[in-house]
Design a protein around this ligand. Structure first.
Ligand SMILES: Cc1cc2nc3c(=O)[nH]c(=O)nc-3n(C[C@H](O)[C@H](O)[C@H](O)COP(=O)(O)O)c2cc1C
Length: 317
């Protein structure tokens, strides 16, 4: 990361300019230069945006950011399962806190012409009964800086976070944020859309409940999916019993299924951003075929490097 940070500081011309022109696409009312974004969790502090953007990404999602800085879980907290091109992580939202992150973002986005999303969450020490306060604080502060905001209620690495996906809790949180969005829209004269990011480990019955809620609230977008707590696909392999969220190839099918289920029930005006195990043109195309308007990558980039982004862009998804 140090190298990337240096590139960002120097504001060098894109080193890895893919030189590929792709069709821009409008999603959430925002013009994206292409469909391929970087998923949350790589640039957790927001200090590498233009350097990462130089790989060709149309969007960079920074975070997850919490109101106050926190260290995350003790190391080791990230494990590669190379046999399956997968990762298990239990980082635990290590981040510099929203104020420092916004300063980083403002500096490091210079020169990046793509879209910047800010992914927000709650501090570990904040009880779920007060989670809304954490999201609200981040939402208000991120609003003037973000192109879009992603509300993360699906990380497995903050105890209780995924309980916010329960219908009642999700409704309380998202309704409150929608109200806040209306106020901020008036105050700033700019509408900043917000997406909700969901886990792959939800039953189809629960997806129905959530899509009804998302439709009723006129959500701006849904990001599907976060990492999985299932170990079915990696059972018996080294590190497979580590706690945390599993990402990469073994997640691909499951997340595509969730996208397809969402697509069946969501109003057609609510776009889906597809993420989970994209490591090739085929796996990205599968997400789009299932109903995703945009895709994001993380683990595929770790194993395949920036060439993956070039391939995806060249395929003009
Ligand atoms: C090391 C690591 C850290 C992550 N941190 C976050 C995070 O802070 N917030 C979040 O919403 N998702 C986070 N994710 C999940 C990714 O954004 C993505 O949803 C997931 O990894 C599935 O995509 P992939 O298979 O392409 O990696 C993280 C993933 C990894 C591997």
């Amino acid at each position: 990361m140090t190298g990337l940070r240096m590139i960002t500081r120097l504001r060098a011309e894109p080193l890895l300019n893919p030189g590929i022109t792709t069709e821009p696409i409008e999603v959430m009312g925002i013009q994206f230069p292409n469909r391929v974004g970087l998923a949350a969790g790589l640039d957790k502090a927001g200090n590498c945006i233009s350097a990462l953007g130089a790989m060709g990404f149309g969007a960079i999602e920074v975070g997850t950011i919490t109101p106050r800085a926190q260290d995350g879980n003790p190391k080791p907290r990230l494990f590669r399962i190379r046999e399956r091109e997968a990762i298990i992580n239990r980082m635990g939202f290590n981040n510099p806190g929203i104020d420092a992150a916004l300063e980083n973002i403002t500096l490091s986005r210079k020169g990046f012409k793509g879209v910047v999303g800010i992914n927000i969450g709650k501090n570990k020490v904040t009880e779920n009964s007060r989670a809304i306060d954490d999201y609200l604080e981040c939402f208000r502060k991120a609003y003037p800086v973000a192109d879009y905001i992603a509300v993360n209620i699906s990380s497995p690495n903050t105890a209780g976070l995924r309980d916010l996906q329960d219908p009642e809790a999700a409704e309380q949180l998202l309704r409150r944020l929608k109200d806040e969005q209306a106020l901020m829209h008036e105050e700033h004269g700019r509408y900043v859309p917000f997406a909700v990011k969901i886990a792959p480990d939800i039953q189809s019955g629960q997806i129905k409940g959530l899509t009804e809620l998302f439709n009723a609230l006129r959500m701006d977008a849904v990001i599907a999916t976060n990492t999985t707590i299932s170990r079915e696909a990696v059972d018996g392999l080294p590190h497979s019993s580590e706690n945390g969220g599993l990402s990469g190839n073994p997640l691909a099918e499951k997340s595509t299924e969730v996208i397809a289920a969402l697509h069946g029930d969501l109003d057609s005006s609510i776009p889906i951003i597809g993420v989970g195990g994209i490591d090739s043109v085929e796996s990205a195309a599968a997400k789009i075929a299932a109903g995703a308007k945009l895709v994001q990558v993380y683990t595929g980039l770790i194993y395949r490097g920036p060439a993956l982004v070039r391939e995806l862009l060249a395929a003009s998804l």
